[in-house]
Design a protein around this ligand. Structure first.
Ligand code: DGL
Length: 257
């Protein structure tokens, strides 16, 4: 069984890595839209258009399920893609919420993400339906920080504290990392706030696949497509998933609908 995974850039490779580990035989086709990253500062219409284009591109491969590994795209385009695609489409929001519900004891959950994800209230809505008090905050500096490889040390800690101290003061016991880049800051967040449970999309999604009994099988094919070749993508790809070669595609291959 093949699975397509897309993200605006490198962050979704955290999801790729977990899925590859949990389902070693799965055929995985990944698209990172590195030419158009970030999605998190774009309008709803643009995020939806980019997501449809990415989904259509991956549908050209032998895939039986599509995972939207981008929180921003999941927040705006999940329903539309579920309607348009003839295969199951899974976003990262619902799995993240499920995991947070398992963790929280005091029903106070923090959600951090891109400006667009927080504006969409995608996490907040689902959590509030379950009676959870939600404290959310966009953390726009986290994505460039991760892209620059500054995931630990003084500067990373300073910026993490600047965004998260207020949330933690609200008494949250669980924090959803509602952006695929943020798991790379997990160790720093854990170091600063050791008592907070951290929900990471990549782990949430594999748990969700198991729960839904979606068993990804295949021949272990691994393909990674990107719309622009950047040094930071190459570096993170190596760090996260090793030597899988990157295949650069033209943006016009995505746009031709
Ligand atoms: N992948 C995006 C997300 O998970 C973060 C980067 C972006 O803004 O495109 O929301």
């Amino acid at each position: 069984m093949g699975v397509g995974i897309f993200d605006s850039g490198i962050g979704g490779l955290t999801v790729f890595k977990e899925i590859a580990r949990e389902f070693p035989k799965a055929d995985i086709y990944y698209l990172g839209d590195t030419a158009r990253v970030p999605y998190g500062s774009k309008s709803k219409e643009t995020i939806i258009r980019y997501s449809i284009e990415a989904a259509n591109y991956l549908r050209g491969f032998s895939i039986d399920a599509l995972i939207i590994a981008c929180n921003t795209a999941s927040s705006y385009a999940l329903d539309i893609l579920k309607e348009k695609m003839d295969i199951p489409v899974i976003g990262v929001v619902e799995p993240g919420v499920e995991m947070a519900l398992k963790y929280t004891k005091n029903n106070k959950v923090g959600v951090i993400g891109t400006t667009a994800t927080i504006r969409s209230n995608s996490y907040k809505r689902l959590l509030q339906e379950k009676g959870i008090q939600v404290y959310q905050k966009p953390c726009p500096l986290f994505v460039p920080l991760v892209e620059e490889g500054i995931t630990e040390g003084k500067i990373a800690e300073m910026i993490v504290k600047e965004y998260l101290d207020d949330l933690v003061k609200e008494g949250i016991d669980t924090l959803i990392l509602g952006c695929t880049h943020y798991p790379l800051l997990k160790e720093t967040i854990k170091k600063l706030y050791p008592d907070i449970n951290i929900v990471d999309s990549s782990q949430a999604i594999t748990q969700f696949l198991h729960k839904e009994e979606i068993n990804l099988q295949g021949n272990g094919i691994r393909e990674i497509f990107i719309t622009d070749k950047t040094e930071s993508f190459e570096k993170f790809k190596k760090l996260l998933v090793g030597d899988i070669p990157l295949k650069k595609i033209e943006l016009s291959q995505l746009c031709s609908l």
